[in-house]
Design a protein around this ligand. Structure first.
Ligand code: SF4
Length: 339
């Protein structure tokens, strides 16, 4: 992959935020049932016929890259459930001026495909793991697959999909006592650990502010054992990073609810069924699938995608509004939006 040529993004909202990061959900289906994400018996999936085909995906991503997107994060549901994911990655990597490509996964299939994805052009992975206990993993995800995740992380490291970022959600009275052990394990195994505040986006409507583990809670807990020093540079990154005991190792906290970072947001989203969203918490979304399946010429479709991207970006609100009294969570659950 040649040197990344960074032109000014064409995707600038009315607050001057340049959008360079496109989060692409490849499917809403998942191989786990994390309690804070979806009910164990959840089955309200997007119809297969509504999912963008690989060709449609690559066309839409191609236009986004032409307009300033320099990073593509593949998400889900669980993106490794998409059988042609290596083909999708290779297609993105073959674009003129290819973006950086990363993946957010539960790692159940990672040990099997890590090298293939690396060879296809994937650069790094974010793995979701909330506990170091196989028993608690089973309780929190309704699947007995803890060891597959650990093997997946190892395989990613061996394949060079690094740094491996590990995302952990802490739940009060469930796994919040594991903050220190998780960080110790991450330091010992070269994981880049980030704790994520639970967000009001679950399909089961379980989120409640009083039971949330906040960034302050997490930081205080870690500071019982470690010295945390803020990393001065952050940019548009969601994670607030801290040097651990003077560094160079760091730990991150992604505090969407209590320490919002929307003012520097550079992210746009494409759902698996072809809807553009300008924010994780957007209440509106704009369809691109109908355009892709219309009788227009390819050139007309590409122009249409560019116009939709512009419109969606210009309509972006200053922030998520979670802390506003009249906040209403989006209808679409996190599992159908992607991390
Ligand atoms: S909540 Fe929305 S605006 Fe805020 S950082 Fe996330 S995606 Fe960006």
């Amino acid at each position: 992959m040649g040197e990344l040529r960074v032109n000014a993004s064409e995707l600038v909202d009315t607050y001057g935020r340049e959008h360079r990061d496109l989060r692409v959900s490849l499917t809403d289906r998942c191989s786990l049932r994390c309690t804070y994400c979806m009910p164990a018996d959840f089955s309200d999936w997007i119809a297969n016929g509504s999912l963008l085909t690989t060709e449609e995906l690559l066309t839409v991503i191609g236009v986004a890259v032409e307009n300033g997107i320099t990073q593509v994060r593949l998400t889900g549901g669980e993106p490794l459930l998409r059988r042609d994911i290596a083909h999708v990655i290779a297609g993105i990597n073959a674009l003129p001026n290819p973006p950086r490509i990363s993946l957010t996964t539960n790692a159940l299939r990672l040990a099997e495909v890590a090298q293939d994805l690396k060879d296809a052009g994937l650069q790094r992975v974010n793995v979701s793991l909330d506990t170091l206990s196989a028993e608690r993993f089973k309780e929190m995800t309704h699947r007995d697959r803890f060891h597959d995740v650990i093997e997946g992380i190892k395989a990613a490291q061996e394949a060079g999909l690094t740094p491996v970022k590990v995302n952990s959600v802490l739940l009060k009275g469930i796994n919040d006592h594991e903050a220190i052990p998780l960080l110790k394990h991450a330091l010992a195994n070269d994981w880049n650990l980030r704790f994520i505040e639970q967000m009001p986006l679950d399909a089961g409507d379980l989120w409640a502010r009083p039971i949330m583990v906040t960034a302050n809670d997490i930081q205080q807990e870690l500071e019982r054992e470690f010295t945390l020093t803020p990393v001065p540079t952050r940019g548009s990154a969601p994670a607030e990073e801290f040097y651990v005991d003077g560094g160079p190792a760091t730990v991150g906290i992604i505090a969407s609810v209590t320490r919002p970072f929307c003012s520097a947001c550079d992210r746009l989203r494409l759902t698996a069924d072809g809807q553009f969203r300008n924010c994780l918490f957007a209440r509106d979304e704009t369809d691109v699938r109908a355009l892709m399946r219309s009788d227009l010429t390819d050139a007309q479709k590409r122009e249409g995608i560019r116009e939709i991207l512009q419109t969606v970006t210009k309509a972006k609100l200053p922030g998520h509004g979670i802390n506003d009294p009249n906040f209403v969570k989006p209808e679409r659950p996190m599992s159908a939006i992607g991390g």
